[in-house]
Design a binder for this molecule. Structure first.
Ligand SMILES: C[S@@+](CC[C@H](N)C(=O)[O-])C[C@H]1O[C@@H](n2cnc3c(N)ncnc32)[C@H](O)[C@@H]1O
Length: 239
């Protein structure tokens, strides 16, 4: 596993404590990487995310405008649109290769309600100025500067907008990161195991996320929902 993961020389002190995040490339643009990611089995974490998202939306359902940030191949954008037949979903990603893949696998019956938008946060300007729900899975750890996400959310939220964000959190050591990769991705292609390992190293700790939210003035809940995922949720209230 160690060789397969191709740990870079500066990470080769196995069991090093991960005191600081180690950035990975921001956008996922390599066609091989896109294909491996899109074809991987993320059913368990994506189901988990949908459960938390549905709980946030509540029994009254959803019939407004939703924004999916860093939508990748669009599995979650499409699942959301299927569950809520009156929802309109804008799904944003900075990688054209990812969006081309997403378009190619989107069920045709959703094409009138799911719109894939090519653009990079935080500089992209969206045609709609407010969304009723903003969600995102596995984007935060890609961002060199995390306030890009929290400021972007504030820019496109209105009073009452609900927010649901899930991401990996950084393990305590590179040994732990390797154990997580072995536990959850042993059967996945090498390129995916490599990306997963580096995503864990690039992720924030729940405490760092709480600090980011304080700095952004966002009163959201931060919850560890698995041995590797954190769920951040709340409602925007303008005073
Ligand atoms: C790990 S994937 C997650 C995809 C999807 N949300 C999912 O749950 O499967 C992260 C995605 O975020 C995109 N991304 C990274 N930084 C971005 C940015 N600044 N603006 C827009 N998209 C970004 C990447 O290109 C990639 O497609």
């Amino acid at each position: 596993m160690m060789n397969k993961l191709e740990i870079s020389p500066e990470h080769q002190h196995y069991n090093h404590r991960l005191l600081q995040r180690i950035l990975e490339p921001e956008l996922m643009e390599d066609p091989k990487q896109v294909q491996a990611y899109a074809q991987a089995d993320f059913s368990e974490p994506n189901d988990h995310f949908m459960q938390h998202l549905n709980a946030l939306v509540g029994v009254s359902g959803f019939d407004g405008y939703a924004l999916d940030l860093g939508c990748g191949p669009g599995d979650i954008s499409c699942r959301f649109a299927k569950i809520y037949p009156s929802a309109l979903v804008d799904a944003l990603d900075g990688s054209k290769a990812m969006l081309d893949y997403a378009e190619s696998i989107m069920p045709s019956e959703l094409s009138a309600r799911v719109r894939f938008i090519h653009g990079k946060l935080p500089t992209v300007s969206l045609s709609r100025s407010r969304y009723d729900l903003i969600f995102s899975n596995s984007l935060l750890h890609h961002l060199p500067e995390p306030q890009a996400l929290w400021h972007f959310i504030k820019r496109y939220a209105g009073n009452g907008t609900r927010i649901a964000i899930m991401d990996l959190f950084r393990p305590q050591s590179d040994r732990q990161a390797i154990e997580i990769v072995e536990k959850y991705a042993a059967k996945e292609p090498e390129i995916l195991q490599h990306d997963f390992y580096h995503s864990l190293l690039a992720a924030f700790t729940p405490e760092e996320i709480e600090e980011q939210l304080r700095e952004a003035g966002l009163n959201f809940e931060v919850e560890r929902i698995s041995d590797r995922h954190v769920f951040i949720s709340g409602t925007i209230i303008f005073k």
